[in-house]
Write a protein that binds this ligand. Structure first.
Ligand code: GLU
Ligand code: MG
Length: 455
């Protein structure tokens, strides 16, 4: 439904704002640069904002993470669009007093969707999937680090080993507050633990329909960073928060559902346990992987993270429970096969817009499905243990090594470009190239400092 005509939804928003004594509602978006941004509506204007939107320059989708403007025709200082809040996403923000948040779509002044809107892109891909009688359910595994400010800048709160209870103890007050705040926002969490990196933790979010999963991913990032200062901490989802410790992944678990909401991925009787459709999904992801990386791993730090032997999925191949493969077919859990037959995509991090990530993964998977692609043989070893010749023989390639290499691959990928559409593809590529032009020449310390608090 058009959010602006959802009268009952808007009434509910106003009632919730009133009950929560809300003064400000942050109208949130996450654009081409992966930065979460907001313009807030004061409560007396909230009803009119829900219908008429918030004014935003068309240049916004040309803005990079350094607040510089990339050169994109039609996205300069002249030209206006509107952010239309989606009432179904409204909620009180527990880390900000008397403040609510709502996710928004970009529309032009005549009220039509802006072609460069990332949330609109994901909606378009969901509707293309629906034409095949399918929907996508996504679950994000969010890794993040907690830090305290020390004499030398941000320092990890602990250096305990992976999954160690010492790490869980170091972050327990934060995690307790985090879970309470996510619960208050209606965001489900499946598990959490101390991860392998310095000060690193992970929360696995309950899977949900793709658009909702992307909205919640934005709200989770906001909650992590919004809550930390009150505890004297900073939280960072930057893909490589520290030079010499593990990166922060944002692995995505995908499943496809039919019209009766049945998971169509698992098939114990089929070759490799993959149904025909999951084979095509895997094949589509692998076929488009280099171009996908530009979207799902879009920052300078992304390529510091995407290296072999970092469990980040740095090889272009797939395997059953192979955590060095970019695409992992996950063994389902007994008794929960329906919910847990998933394909995990690993070269993804939180410097990307989650709408762009899920939209691009669906576009790649759809190409596999529409063309009836079949996947190559699964890889059952760590590809780093194979020789170059063995990898070449099995068709295992390395991922792009820089944003520029990934963006070149995206520019050569007609399927992804046409799924994005001209305006979104052009602006995204220009924004990410403009960031790389700076970080390619910047010293490491500057890049790390910028990324740490940006993401
Ligand atoms: N931190 C790793 C990454 O960057 C993932 C570790 C794991 O969850 O296995 O993707
Ligand atoms: Mg992990």
């Amino acid at each position: 439904m058009d959010s602006r005509r959802d009268v009952a939804g808007i009434d509910r928003v106003l009632a919730e704002a009133d009950a929560g004594a809300v003064r400000l509602t942050r109208v949130l978006w996450c654009g081409n640069d992966g930065t979460v941004r907001a313009k807030a509506a004061a409560t007396p204007t909230l009803r009119s904002r829900m219908v008429g939107g918030i004014g935003l320059t068309r240049a916004q989708q040309a803005q990079n993470a350094l607040d510089g403007l990339a050169e994109v025709p039609g996205m300069g200082p002249v030209g206006e669009m509107r952010l239309i809040p989606d009432p179904t996403t409204f909620r009180l923000l527990p880390y900000a007093p008397r403040t609510a948040g709502v996710l928004a779509d970009m529309v032009d002044l005549s009220g039509s969707p802006e072609p460069a809107c990332p949330r609109g892109f994901l909606r378009r891909m969901e509707s293309r999937l629906a034409d095949h009688g399918l929907s996508c359910v996504a679950g994000f595994e969010s890794e993040f680090v907690l830090a305290r400010e020390g004499p030398a800048g941000w320092e990890p709160i602990d250096r305990s080993p992976c999954f160690s209870t010492a790490g869980a103890t170091a972050s327990q007050d934060f995690m307790d507050a985090l879970l309470a705040m996510l619960d208050a926002q209606g965001i489900g969490v499946e598990s959490c633990y101390a991860e392998g990196g310095a000060g690193q933790n992970e929360i696995a979010l309950a899977p949900g329909p793709a658009l909702r999963a992307a909205d919640e991913q934005v709200l989770v990032r906001e909650t992590l960073r919004g809550l930390a200062p009150a505890l004297g901490l900073a939280a960072s989802v930057a893909p490589k928060p520290w030079q010499r410790s593990a990166g922060n992944g944002l692995h995505v678990h995908l499943s496809l559902r039919d019209r009766k909401d049945r998971n169509v991925l698992g098939d114990p009787a089929a070759d490799h346990g993959l149904s025909r459709i999951s084979g095509s999904l895997v094949a589509g992801l692998l076929a488009h992987l280099p171009g996908l990386c530009a979207i799902t791993a879009p920052s300078a730090g992304s390529y510091r993270r995407l290296v072999p032997r970092a469990w980040a999925g740095a090889w272009r191949c797939w395997g059953h429970d192979n955590r060095e493969a970019a695409v992992r077919a996950c063994s389902p859990f007994a008794g929960r096969e329906e919910q847990t037959s998933t394909v995990e995509y690993k070269p993804s991090d939180a410097s990307a817009s989650p709408y762009m990530t899920l939209g691009a993964l669906i576009a790649a998977g759809l190409d596999g499905i529409e063309r009836g692609m079949t996947p190559p043989d699964p890889v059952g070893v760590d590809p780093a243990t194979l020789s170059d010749a063995e990898r070449a023989e099995r068709g295992i390639a390395a991922l792009p090594r820089t944003p520029a290499e990934a963006l070149d691959a995206l520019e050569a990928d007609g399927v992804l470009l046409s799924a994005l559409g001209n305006d979104l593809a052009r602006s995204f590529i220009a924004v990410r190239r403009s960031e790389w032009a700076i970080y390619q020449r910047a010293n490491d310390a500057r890049e790390f400092a910028d990324h740490f608090l940006r993401y």
